[in-house]
Design a protein around this ligand. Structure first.
Ligand code: FBP
Length: 284
């Protein structure tokens, strides 16, 4: 029912497509880097309002952000409690558990959100933490959203978003029991030597973004799990909308876009989010 709530909410309700606002960048990147471009975004209420006014499916954030708005915005939009977090002062590729299933229930959230870093020295601990939290969340009727972000000693910057690595990371999130899988848009590169041969022999096409998205969706149980793609650093509206068209054409379930929304002035952000929703509403 909680997963259905996310899928039925907002202007994309009932289409199987989603746009979600994630605001954990204050934790991950720091407040000034995240919010100085649009100082209104220092206020947690701003993000609830933005997500509600834009008619989004859900709003995802760490404990403090959700707590600061939960009473005022109770029942207005499904929320996803991000239950682990990293920060830019860390020297390791790891995340601390910063929220619980009890917090999510107390705050009326529809889901928990959890990041794994496949490839990091701490990947197995992260997966084990997720296993425990997901079991508890599912027993309480909450959905599980997994941010699957490859990084670690085997991967350079290009490798983190390489097509084969993205599909592998998304598949692992599906195997860990995620209902919604969040990855970065895959780039036109192959990183793992072991995969390269298979991709070439089996002609797994990755020349355009829509084809790469299709393969990532296929890797998530052939579309039996929901896959959404993040927006990344703030970029021009045209570039973002082109990416959204490709996600939609490739059968992706939607976008989870933070900086490209809250770092713009509100009117501009609402216009951009409306254009994204419009794309997801058309037949792919
Ligand atoms: P953006 O749309 O701002 O990229 O948000 C997506 C997101 O997953 C955030 O939830 C998270 O804070 C951030 O990206 C992490 O990105 P990275 O780990 O690459 O710094």
């Amino acid at each position: 029912a909680n997963l259905a709530r996310i899928l039925m909410e907002g202007k994309l309700g009932g289409t199987g497509r989603m746009v979600i606002l994630p605001v954990d960048q204050g934790f991950e990147h720091g407040p000034a880097r995240s919010f100085a471009p649009n100082p209104a975004a220092y206020d947690p209420h701003y993000h609830f309002e933005l997500a509600i006014e834009a008619g989004l499916n859900a709003y995802a954030a760490p404990l403090g952000m959700i707590e600061a708005g939960a009473a005022t915005f109770a029942g207005c939009i499904p929320t996803i409690l991000k239950v682990n977090s990293s920060n830019s002062l860390s020297t390791t590729k790891d995340q601390a558990v910063t929220g619980t299933v009890a917090d999510a229930l107390r705050l009326g959230c529809s889901a928990i959100g959890f990041t794994i870093y496949p490839g990091s020295e701490y990947q197995f601990e992260m997966m084990e933490e997720l296993r425990e939290l997901a079991e508890e969340a599912k027993a309480a009727g909450l959905a599980v959203v997994v941010w699957s972000y490859p990084r670690g000693p085997m991967l350079d910057k290009a490798g983190e978003t390489a097509f084969d690595i993205c599909a592998y990371a998304a598949h692992m999130a599906a195997l860990l029991g995620a209902h919604i899988i969040k990855v970065k848009p895959p780039t036109d590169a192959l990183s793992l030597d072991a995969a390269k041969k298979v991709y070439v022999e089996r002609k797994i096409e990755g020349k355009d973004l829509a084809a790469r998205i299709r393969h990532v969706v296929q890797s998530c149980f052939n579309g039996r799990r929901l896959v959404v793609f993040s927006g990344g650093e703030a970029k021009g509206a045209d570039a973002l909308l082109d990416e959204v068209r490709a996600i939609h054409a490739g059968g992706g379930n939607g976008s989870i876009v933070g900086r490209n929304a809250f770092q713009r002035p509100k009117e501009e952000a609402l216009k951009l989010l409306a254009s994204m929703i419009e794309i997801y509403r058309t037949k792919p």
